[in-house]
Design a binder for this molecule. Sequence first.
Ligand code: NDP
Length: 309
Amino acid sequence: MTATTPSPLTVLGTGAMGTALARAWLAAGHPVTVWNRTPSRAEPLAADGAVIAATAADAVAASRLVVACLLDDASVGAALDGADGSDGADLTGRDLVNLTTGTPGDARSRAAWAAARGARYLDGGIMAVPPMIGRPDSGAYVFYSGSAELFAEHRGVLAAVAGTEYVGTEPGLAALHDVALLSAMNGMFAGLLHAFALLRGTDVAPRDLAPRLVSWLGAMAPAAHTTAERLETGDYTKDVVSSLAMQAAGVPTFLRTAEEQGVSPELLLPYLDLMRRRAADGHGEEDTAGMVELLVRRATDPLPSLPVS
Ligand code: NDP
């Protein structure tokens, strides 16, 4: 979040995140044009100094730097291709920064789509919630991937709202980092919920368990470094301190404790099952890093059934 000279930009989408971004850019002194499909949701930004554009095409015409922060990838196409009945936006010579959450494949397709319309393209994955935007002390940052030239040129403006982490020219890399970190977070939240459920109905208040969980997870988090080292060397058995055989032997304790406490083990079972399978496959002397081998599918492997699509 560096001081930079005022530089006009357009923000497409004034939902919770787009509004926070637009406000932060305005507060940093940048002239901002905004557009939202539902105009009433953009109008409050006029009081902060934003220019409200009537159509997405007008908003794109207003600035060379165009930031999209819409619900999903389909919304980006709908907004810019004129699904609202308009002719669609002229992206020729524009620098499109797409902060809409999507898959790496969405980002690659959208980059090709932008190139075909004469625009440079940068994809972004926001590692923050709206109240963190524009607050240098919040730890908010955005992964970026795609045009290195676009990133270099607009880095100062982008950094006015959140930290910047450029991860490469391949457009899908930002989305891939975003989803990888959020996936790890989901695993952590699953563990937290199971832990709170286990102690529910005891004399231990959730507020007393919370600091113990924070301290334990903090102590365990550096395992990411040793896992990375093992994945890079391919050696899953060197200096192992908690073998899979030992951990697999503990699985019944997890399951029986859940049963004794009247807690469903559904959040833990997939992980424990994977551990048990890897140990049963003759890898009991390894630590958990080798379980990645079971997760990475070959193109011919059948997909596990997914309860959500
Ligand atoms: P909101 O639901 O608050 O806003 C969604 C925005 O998308 C609105 O501007 C909405 O317009 C627009 N939109 C939806 N469908 C269409 C469409 N078909 N055509 C045009 N515009 C459309 O979401 P957020 O602002 O919170 O999120 C925006 C993006 O930021 C998402 O991709 C989200 O994953 C990402 N993000 C959000 C975070 C958060 O904590 N909020 C955290 C990190 C990333 P309308 O008002 O007309 O419905």
